[in-house]
Design a protein around this ligand. Structure first.
Ligand code: PPS
Length: 329
């Protein structure tokens, strides 16, 4: 029987959180990060967020969504940056010059980012989104109970990208080291991921929730693996979805621009300026655009960890027709 998600997840205007700062795994991760770490958890979807977020949650939940918005929604490390750059270029007539001149974070605002800290250092990203001219390009990793309710009623274009959780966990570990100054071990991190105690929490409901919405007219559901295999085909799919044409003369340049090597060396998308600014101890070998492979877990995860991730996957997909990332993948 197909699972149906509780409608309240899309409709409640007030987001409730529980304090999980005393949880031993949360505490351990927190003590090993140099900036924010999750300490609160949303009641419905178990979305893990830093404590300052609670003050801004209802403002995001009640954000006015516009029909001509373009949203990229993902669980972290699923290929968000790659998707955003692709979507922005396709929607903007392949304006490579502007894409190089203006950092992706300014072209595609991550709505919740500013709410992660009280310091104001990350900017008031909610106001930035509110004040953007249309069409707005907005990124979010939030789970459904923390996303704006109007996403589900106004139904702007949403591009969702999923990735194999076994690769996500490794990419997320690297992210924590590079951008959160995390000094714990890979094993500790994987344990926190398995227990849904990293920022944003559980990956499975995220992937499955949007999978079950994939046939709605305003949704395009992509996978990282599909982008690796056939980027040209995915670009065409995105163009069709956005009702635009990729200029014939820009097609090859677009594929080159979105290639792993080009993105890795492109300071507008590779986060290297931020990594240098943060100057964390891991900085020397730190790369946000790191390995860029599909299936890297085969070389890097122990049999025990693979078995535990498979066990989680098996339970999570029960009662759904979610086709990806079962045991053999
Ligand atoms: S974030 O922080 O959640 O926004 O991270 P996200 O952008 O979702 O994921 C980062 C991973 O995407 C890889 N990436 C790419 N792979 C292949 N080709 C291109 N062009 C590309 N651009 C980004 C990036 O390397 C991260 O994966 P890992 O496995 O860590 O290398």
């Amino acid at each position: 029987m197909a699972r149906t998600f509780d409608k309240r997840i899309e409709m409640e205007e007030h987001v409730e959180f529980e304090d999980v700062s005393d949880d031993p795994i949360v505490k351990n991760i927190f003590s090993k990060c140099l900036n924010f770490a999750p300490t609160i958890r949303s009641k419905e979807c178990k979305c893990m967020l830093p404590a300052p977020y609670a003050k801004h949650a209802d403002r995001i939940r009640n954000l006015e969504v516009r029909p001509d918005d373009v949203w990229v929604i993902t669980y972290p490390k699923c290929g968000t940056t790659w998707t955003e750059e692709m979507v922005w270029l396709i929607a903007n007539n392949c304006d490579f010059k502007k894409a190089k001149e203006i950092e992706l974070g300014e072209r595609f605002i991550m709505v919740e980012l500013g709410a992660f800290t009280d310091s104001g250092i990350l900017g008031d990203t909610i106001s930035q989104v509110e004040n953007l001219p249309s069409p707005r390009f907005i990124k979010s990793h939030l789970l459904p109970d923390t996303l704006p309710t109007q996403l589900f009623t106004v139904k702007p274009k949403i591009i969702y990208t999923a990735r194999n959780p076994k690769d996500v966990v490794l990419s997320y570990f690297n992210h924590y080291r590079v951008l959160n100054g995390y000094s714990g071990t890979q094993d500790e991190f994987i344990e926190a991921f398995l227990q849904h105690k990293v920022i944003y929490g559980p990956i499975w409901p995220h992937l499955i929730y949007f999978w079950e919405k994939r046939k709605e007219m305003n949704m395009l559901y992509l996978t990282y693996e599909e982008m690796k295999k056939d980027l040209r085909g995915v670009c065409e799919k995105v163009a069709d979805f956005l009702n635009v044409k990729i200029p014939e003369e820009s097609k090859e340049e677009l594929l080159h621009h979105l290639s792993f090597d080009a993105m890795k060396n492109n300071e507008s998308v590779n986060f290297q300026p931020l990594i240098s600014l943060l100057n964390y101890p891991n900085k020397k070998d730190a790369q946000f655009i790191n390995k860029g492979e599909a299936g890297v877990w085969v070389k890097m995860l122990s049999n025990d960890v693979v078995a535990r991730l498979n066990e989680k996957a098996k339970k999570a997909v029960e009662g759904t027709d979610f086709p990806y990332y079962r045991e053999s993948l």
